[in-house]
Design a protein around this ligand. Structure first.
Ligand code: GCO
Ligand code: MG
Length: 402
């Protein structure tokens, strides 16, 4: 068995995606997501120039060895670009292994640990009065867990709230657009949103909220405490996680569970948070944290420390990443929740897949491998368009975390 071809495909069916497709000498193919939102071509070049030449002729069965070869072999370890490129190769190799074995990938990971994967959907509203209808529409689709984001009075644009009424897609222009932020307005307002949702929807619905790295630890501690009466399943990314001691401070003040990890790219980014039990959910993804092989290692460490998974699943992660995540979600013992933000119909056509959502649960495909592919002819009809994530400024003009 040998890898004889490796193609890096960039396509923009509404938003940009980078995909690696590997082909073996038996004609078996495997796909991996390599999308890094707003920095897509950095990964494309990394794969094309530095990874593809080393893959040709390698044995696709050697997944762990290939992972180590790309990680240790680069000398420059970790980082989002490197780890996304490694993830793409790793994911494609698991796809190939499943096809050779004639089994869906979750069977190779130990088999099913649950009936299906509980997914959380996104409810967002421009104003408080629109929140109940937004949540009700998710409940009507049978979601058992809902992330709630709402426009903040006095701020023109808020993270997680779509301006157009369509799905939320923040990478909106070639050069970053500018949003504005006020912590005091936010902290005063958010508890009123959850008070409203709990009073209208009762205690059973799981509720989540994403702070998107915007607070300091003491502000996050105050928010967590003020949300305790509404029993959130998690508060996400309350502070930027470069200074992880901040989580000790938050933890000492509130019992609101914490979820972190979508911008992490290796086990070293979350080892202390996990081992010190400073978080409750680790939200790393297959595509940004080194593929199925490495994410499994993160989840196994988490399982030892009462931390559950909560994989990132925004629309900038392609259907290939979602397919791979679902196989892992189904197999691991410490699964928590899976983010589900459905892709557009255009994207779904470019990436035909067998996973599906039914009765609040996502189910991976039962086809051998990952059960997802890329239609290369269709992909070629959607050329790359530069798109960046926004930046955020305080009301006095100071640059803040977005
Ligand atoms: C989430 C995330 C996303 C990110 C996006 C950046 O929880 O889904 O915070 O909305 O902003 O993935 O590319
Ligand atoms: Mg998030």
């Amino acid at each position: 068995m040998k890898i004889v071809d490796a193609r890096v495909i960039v396509t923009c069916p509404g938003r940009n995606f980078v995909t690696l497709k590997l082909v073996t000498d038996d004609g078996v193919t495997g796909v991996g997501d390599a999308t890094l939102n707003g920095r897509e071509l950095a990964v494309e070049a990394y794969l094309r120039e530095h990874v593809v030449p080393a893959l040709i002729g390698r044995d696709p069965a050697r997944i762990e060895d290939t992972w180590q070869y790309l990680y240790k072999g680069a000398y420059w370890r970790r980082g989002p670009v490197t780890m996304t490129a490694i993830a793409a190769v790793d994911t494609a190799l698991w796809d190939i292994k499943g096809k050779y074995a004639g089994l869906p990938v979750y069977q190779l990971l130990g088999g099913r640990s649950r009936d299906g994967v509980t997914a959380y959907g996104h409810a967002y509203a421009a104003s408080l009065d629109e929140v109940p209808a937004a949540v009700a529409s998710l409940v009507a689709q049978n979601y058992r867990a809902v992330r709630v984001q709402c426009g903040i009075p006095g701020l023109s644009k808020t993270y997680g709230v779509s301006a157009s009424g369509g799905s939320y897609e923040p990478a909106d222009s070639a050069v970053p657009s500018v949003e504005s932020w006020s912590t005091s307005r936010y902290l005063a307002f958010v508890p009123t949103v959850f008070e409203r949702v709990r009073s209208e929807f009762g205690p059973d619905l799981q509720l989540l909220h994403d702070v998107h790295h915007r607070l300091t630890p003491i502000e996050a501690a105050r928010l967590g405490r003020s949300l305790e009466p509404y029993a959130l399943t998690w508060l996400e990314d309350p502070v930027p996680a470069e200074l992880q001691d901040g989580y000790r401070l938050i933890r000492s003040h509130t019992t609101t569970p914490l979820a972190v990890g979508e911008v992490f790219n290796s086990i070293w980014d979350c080892a202390d948070l996990i081992q010190s039990q400073l978080i409750d959910y680790v939200r790393c993804s297959v595509v940004h944290a080194g593929g199925i092989t490495h994410l499994r290692r993160i989840f196994d460490l988490a399982a030892l420390h009462h931390v559950r998974s909560g994989s990132h699943g925004a629309t900038d992660l392609s259907p290939i990443c979602m397919a791979a995540a679902l196989h892992l979600d189904l197999a691991i013992p410490n699964f928590g929740l899976q983010e589900h933000m459905p892709h557009t119909a255009e994207t779904d056509r470019v990436f035909p897949h067998g996973y599906h959502f039914a009765d609040g649960l996502l189910h991976p495909s039962e086809e051998p491998g990952l059960g997802v592919d890329i239609d290369e002819e269709l992909a070629a009809r959607y050329p790359y368009r530069p798109a960046s994530l926004p930046v955020n400024r305080l009301e006095d003009g100071t640059l803040h975390s977005w």
